[in-house]
Design a protein around this ligand. Structure first.
Ligand code: CMP
Length: 131
């Protein structure tokens, strides 16, 4: 996902360029908006964290881009490309170093495993939206 503050700031095109330039193939992509209920379900694994309420409000605060990306070793390589959760810890050249505002408003989300990539892909896309 490209998160609400990055979309609102007009960074989506540059972020998608970085993703494609780094060898990812876009299988599916759309501009959409999560309801609070949907954001709560998407981030249910973080339900017990103190920042859960803030995270849900933020993720429902405006449109996001959701995408499915394909590449050998995609999960690990995408996490390298986006950089650390906290942009102050992110390496130079990463998406979060360049575009994230804070640990909460950190511009992008990447799946943390192949299993979660499948679950998160199915959350957003039907079969006929994938190419
Ligand atoms: P993401 O990679 O989408 O996974 C969980 C999200 O929770 C994370 O990016 C941040 O947006 C948010 N998050 C993680 N840690 C914190 C924190 N300490 N305070 C607020 N939000 C956080």
């Amino acid at each position: 996902m490209i998160k609400p503050e990055a979309v609102a700031a007009g960074h989506a095109g540059k972020i998608i360029d970085m993703i494609i330039d780094n060898g990812f193939r876009v299988v599916a992509i759309k501009l959409t908006r999560l309801s609070r209920q949907e954001a709560g379900i998407f981030y249910e694994v973080h339900k017990e964290r103190p920042f859960y309420g803030e995270l849900v409000d933020y993720m429902a605060s405006g449109p996001i881009y959701a995408a499915i990306l394909e590449k050998d070793n995609a999960v690990e390589d995408f996490r390298k490309l986006i950089g650390a959760t906290d942009p102050s810890q992110a390496d130079e050249g990463t998406i979060r170093k360049r575009f994230a505002e804070s640990k909460a408003k950190n511009a992008v989300h990447g799946s943390d495993s192949n299993d979660n990539a499948e679950i998160e892909s199915n959350f957003f896309f039907s079969g006929r939206e994938r190419f």
